[in-house]
Write a protein that binds this ligand. Structure first.
Ligand code: SF4
Ligand code: SF4
Length: 442
């Protein structure tokens, strides 16, 4: 969140906002349907922390009734962009997208912190580069320093922010997945088709085993998997932070990278990446030269659940997992991609598995990119509500499909001493597949 923002410039930039792109700010009829769905309104109970309040504030700045003060800027960064409100709004007001657009105007007219510029304009352009930056973290974990630091609780004395970020860390794989797999992995048995795989940065660098399971699911389902080299970040962090120029370059890069690979779908096991890749058709859609290619690219993007719900044929035998589970919907999946049923459908197909809904109508877990770091207190309140809701299901395993949610849930489990496990849906399906194929080659 930028400080010393130029209030006048921001107000002017907001005044040029094409509000028709966002369900029209003026269409908000102040009905309040969105209020109970908004995580910040649920925790704070005040209007400025509600979708309706955010729309009213933006409109007031556009109309010149409210200065684009530091307080206004701060409010724009309190929204998690979870888009829960967009799912229920009867007038189609896209509050999350509107807030992100306001952030973009703010960022364009504010001095940028050096570290932020470095991360969003340089680091995210190469997964190899990101992997190199993680070498000290890997050494820290593999040389036993992490054990020492955690045991001594020394970080609590130095910085509570650092202590929190350290606690979020999961054991990193020694190498990123890209360095362990070929560019093309053949289908097992008779090939049914070819798919591209978009390997997100966090999956590649932190959850390599999970994405390996995803690829195994695809190959065993009969698909040859193509993982083009040279993938960058999908651009989700840039969009969330209001950065557009580098985002567009990365989007265009991916559209070109997958072109000519002769794949019928581009699959991802990261909900945030999936939502962003599907949005390329809108972001690049107005630039004539690449518009058509971007549209064709986005039309092929599938979340792993979305793809497998159709591609996993009756010939694939799933083995029994006699366990009670629940599914935490990543906002990028439920609200960003409007996908609710494929993941549940797949879980219902696993013999012996008992599925229970988390009774909170798909609330965010509070991770929201780096929201848990930038707005820790607020994020923890939201996470605590999620942990309580999960507890009501009696589940032994909490399943999800987004790296940010995985990290947040692992943290929540530890902090509130929960006994359930956390799994990505690919891990659960892979286990079931292995159990179903014991004694066969597939
Ligand atoms: S549900 Fe939509 S129209 Fe109703 S108050 Fe919220 S944003 Fe406005
Ligand atoms: S996007 Fe989420 S946090 Fe933001 S206003 Fe809507 S419901 Fe609230």
């Amino acid at each position: 969140m930028p400080h010393h923002a130029d209030s006048e410039k921001i107000a002017k930039a907001l005044a040029t906002l094409d509000i028709h792109n966002y369900g029209d700010v003026l269409q908000c009829m102040r009905c309040g349907t969105c209020l109970p769905t908004c995580p910040t309104y649920r925790t704070d109970g005040i209007e400025t922390q509600s979708p309706r309040g955010r729309v009213a504030m933006i409109k007031a700045v556009i109309d010149g009734r409210l200065p684009a003060s530091e307080e206004f800027v701060e409010h724009m960064y309190h929204c998690l962009d979870c888009r829960n409100c967009q799912t229920v709004c009867p007038a189609g007001v896209k509050v999350g997208e509107l807030v992100v657009e306001a952030r973009h105007r703010i960022e364009e007219n504010s001095p940028q912190a050096l570290l932020k510029r470095f991360m969003l304009q340089y680091a995210v352009r190469s997964q190899k580069r990101l992997s190199h930056y993680l070498v000290p973290v890997r050494l820290y974990q593999y040389l036993g320093l992490q054990w020492l630091v955690r045991k001594s609780q020394i970080l609590q004395l130095i910085s509570s922010d650092l202590d929190f970020m350290e606690a979020l860390l999961q054991p990193l794989p020694l190498r990123p997945l890209t360095s362990m797999i070929p560019e093309e992995i053949p289908a097992v048995g008779k090939e049914k088709g070819r798919v591209g795989f978009f390997l997100g940065c966090a999956m590649n660098l932190m959850f390599a085993d999970v994405s390996r399971d995803t690829i195994t699911l695809l190959t065993r389902a009969g698909y040859t998997v193509v993982v083009p080299r040279g993938q960058q970040c999908c651009g989700a962090p840039n969009i969330a932070e209001g950065e557009r120029a580098v985002y567009r370059e990365m989007a265009e890069h991916h559209v070109n990278l997958f072109e000519g690979k002769e794949v019928e779908a581009i699959v991802t096991d990261c909900a945030a990446c999936g939502a962003e890749l599907k949005a390329y058709r809108e972001t690049l859609g107005k630039q004539g030269r690449v518009a058509e290619k971007a549209s064709a690219f986005s039309a092929k993007v599938r979340d792993i659940s979305e793809f497998l719900a159709i591609a996993l044929g009756d010939d694939i035998k799933l083995g029994a997992i006699p366990e009670v589970v629940c599914f935490h919907d990543p906002c990028h999946l439920r609200h960003g991609q409007k996908l609710i049923f494929p993941q549940r459908d797949l879980l219902h197909r696993i013999p012996g598995l008992t599925y229970r809904e988390i009774p909170d109508d798909g609330q965010c877990c509070g991770s929201a990119g780096i929201y848990n770091v930038t707005h820790r207190e607020r994020s923890m309140k939201i996470l605590e509500a999620k942990i309580t809701a999960i507890g009501k299901t009696g589940a032994r395993t909490v399943i999800t499909s987004n790296p940010g949610c995985l990290l947040q849930l692992y943290y929540g489990k530890k902090r509130w001493n929960q006994t359930w496990n956390v799994s990505h849906i690919s891990q659960v399906l892979r286990l079931s597949l292995d159990l179903g194929n014991q004694g066969t080659n597939r």
